[in-house]
Each structure stands twice: as structure tokens, then as C-alpha cells.
Design a protein around this ligand. Sequence first.
Ligand SMILES: Nc1ncnc2c1ncn2[C@@H]1O[C@H](COP(=O)(O)OP(=O)(O)OP(=O)(O)O)[C@@H](O)[C@H]1O
Ligand SMILES: [Mg+2]
Length: 398
Amino acid sequence: MQRQIEYVRPWLYPKQLEAIFHDKRYGCIEASTKAGKTVGCITWLFEQAAINGCEGRNYWWVAPIFPQAKIAFRRLKRYLPHSLYTANESELTITLANGAVIWFKGADKPDSLYGEDVYAAVLDEASRMKDEAWHAVRSTLTATNGPVRLIGNVKGRKNFFYNLSRKAESGEPNMAYHVITAYDAVAGGVVTLDEIEDAKRLLPEQVFNELYLCKPSDDGGNPFGLRAIRECVGQLSNLPPACWGIDLAKSHDWTVCIALDAYGQVCRVERFQMPWQETITKIIDLVGDVPALVDSTGVGDPILEALQKQKRNFEGFKFSSTSKQQLMEGLAVAIQQRKIGYPDGIIVMELEQFEFEYTRTGVRYSAPPGQHDDTVCSLALAVSLFSVPRPEIRIRRL
Ligand SMILES: Nc1ncnc2c1ncn2[C@@H]1O[C@H](COP(=O)(O)OP(=O)(O)OP(=O)(O)O)[C@@H](O)[C@H]1O
Ligand SMILES: [Mg+2]
């Protein structure tokens, strides 16, 4: 027996509606934080699956990392009556009564985004995804000619979403471009003007411009400054180490050891993954008697103890959100004053990816979700040791 279901679209404010619900195949929406990006696009994807879907048709929700996709998965489940769907909690799928399947995926492993035919997709927080994720999702829409909505904050000019938005803005066929600023969201009634004014007072101007007004900053919201990062690039020094910074591997990242010479130039970069006992031996071999600052957070604590049992030149540093922020601010000063130098490669890549992160307690510097920051951490540890003024003792014979 067939069931007829009456659906009433939840209320969306006019700008939200206009930006997401149109008949162009590609929709790029640069939008303020808290403008209703996620809610609007969940509604759009649900309608695509509910109205055009049938048994076996796939619809994709893609977020930068899996835990973010899970938040959207939970939100959609909350909106739908139980009798309308079945959910698979481990695969993060919602199968609607008409047989269409909505998948929630993380973009951190772009290779996992190839494969199926997809009938419509959303890339939420697209400015925080790698180009490869977009290429992969685009390929899944080929056979179906499926529509896609890409939505996100403005985040500099060095990402595919920025470039695609410029194409859409220039009036390419079958593409639509919309912008929703925080003031549009205030007019729509989903945020208060007080909240926006408060953010304006608290945040650095370039950060506010990107996050709330959708205006890109030339530094791409990078706390170190892209130009300053580039201006510190030089040759790997061949002088001996004066100090080391050591960031120990946690669950799935690397142990990184970086040394600065007596002039603040990086002279050694070592990056490895090995069992703890071998890590300890390797660090002792590398560092010798040179001062070293070691990440002693969590599992780092016993490693530091083991190092200190053998040598007296190892000091510990415990990462907390406050201490990490202070460490990164020290690194930012060193970079902006060109007090340090490093070779091109992994250090530059990780520094360039850094961004401001907004929390209830303020602004922090951090790597984007799913990206490594261990090279930046070990550089910051080395810089912190390098910057400590040491007593100069001269002995004069009378
Ligand atoms: N049309 C709407 N009607 C009522 N409330 C809405 C509407 N759109 C969004 N909201 C509310 O505004 C808040 C922010 O919405 P949402 O999470 O979709 O925004 P976002 O732009 O994705 O935010 P973020 O920057 O955190 O990703 C939520 O509490 C949501 O319920
Ligand atoms: Mg969102």
C-alpha cells in the first residue's frame, strides 16, 4: 500500500532560501558563521532525496571531518519523524521511506569520496576542505548530472571554494553565487545584532571581516602572516644545533624534532614514527647535550622522565589550550620580526595552513580540523627555548 506524505518546508529566511533553493546545478554560498548554512542545506538535501529519490539513489552530505558530518547526521535525525526513515549509526546513513539513502561523510580522506553515483551533494564548510575532496565529489555527480551546494565561511583566497565562488559570481552557466553576511542573518532573525557587535569588538578586524562579512583577508586569516612566513624561508643551516624543540607523536601523528642554530636558523628537521623505546634512543642520539624542550603532555610525561634520567638537558612543556596559545604567539612574533629562518617544505606548509579558531573563551591559533600541526609545535618549542635569555658569564683573569 502506498503512503502519501505531506511535507511542509521549515521556515527559512528569504536570503537563506534564495541562496540555496534555485534551479542552477552548482550553488556557491559564501556565508557568515551562524547564518544558518547547515540548517538550510540539510533541508535542501533532504528535499532532493525525498522528492527525487527512490530505492538505491545516494545523496551525500560532506563535512571537513567525520565528527562534523556526525553532527549534521544527528540534526537531520532530530528533524524527521521516526516513521519516515531508518538510520545506520556506524555507516552514518539515513534511508528514507522511499528508499533513497543520505550519507554523511568526512572529507579528510578524499580518496574515500570516489565511487558511487550521487544524485545530489552538499559540501558544508567547503573553504576548509582540500581541492581533492571537491574533485572526488564532482566525479560522483557526473553520471547523474546531480546538483551540488557548496557553502562555507570565507577563508583567504587560497582554496578551491574561493576560486569556484569567483567563477560562479562571474556568471558561468549553470552556476549561482550568493553571499549571506552576518547582517543578513540578523535581518533574517537567526542572530542578534548585539551578538555581531560583540564579535566585532572582540575579534581582530581581518578575522571579523572574513567570518562575519565574507570579505577575504590577504593573509587568509593566517595568524603568522603569509608574507612573513615566506620571508623567513632560506637554506637549511649547516651550523650545529643551539637548541631543540621536540613534539612527540600522539595517536596517529609524527614525532618531530627541530633544531635552531645559534642565529635562530633551522639546522635540523627530523620527522619519524617508531615505538617509544626506539624514539627515546633516537632523541638522545640526535640531541646529545644541547638544550631541548620536549612536549610532556599525556603520554609525553613518561618519555620526558626517561630522557631526563639519562641526560640533564631536557626540559618539559605541557600543552594546554592557554600554554599552546602563548607558545604560538611567541612563534608568531619570531616570524613577524624575521628572527628565525627555515627551509621551504613541510614547515612552511603547516605554517601556511594555520588559522584562527573561535571558542567561547576567545580566539586561538590552530591547524584546521584533520590537519597536522606537529612541525609547527616543535618549531614553536625550539623558538621558545631560543628566546629565553641566558646569562652570559665571562671570566676575566686579573
Ligand atoms: N531558518 C531558520 N529558522 C530558525 N532558526 C534558524 C534558521 N536557520 C538557522 N537557524 C538557527 O541558527 C543557528 C545556526 O544555524 P546553523 O548551525 O545552520 O548555522 P551555520 O551557518 O551552519 O553555523 P556555523 O558557523 O556554526 O557552521 C542554529 O541554532 C539554527 O537552529
Ligand atoms: Mg554549520
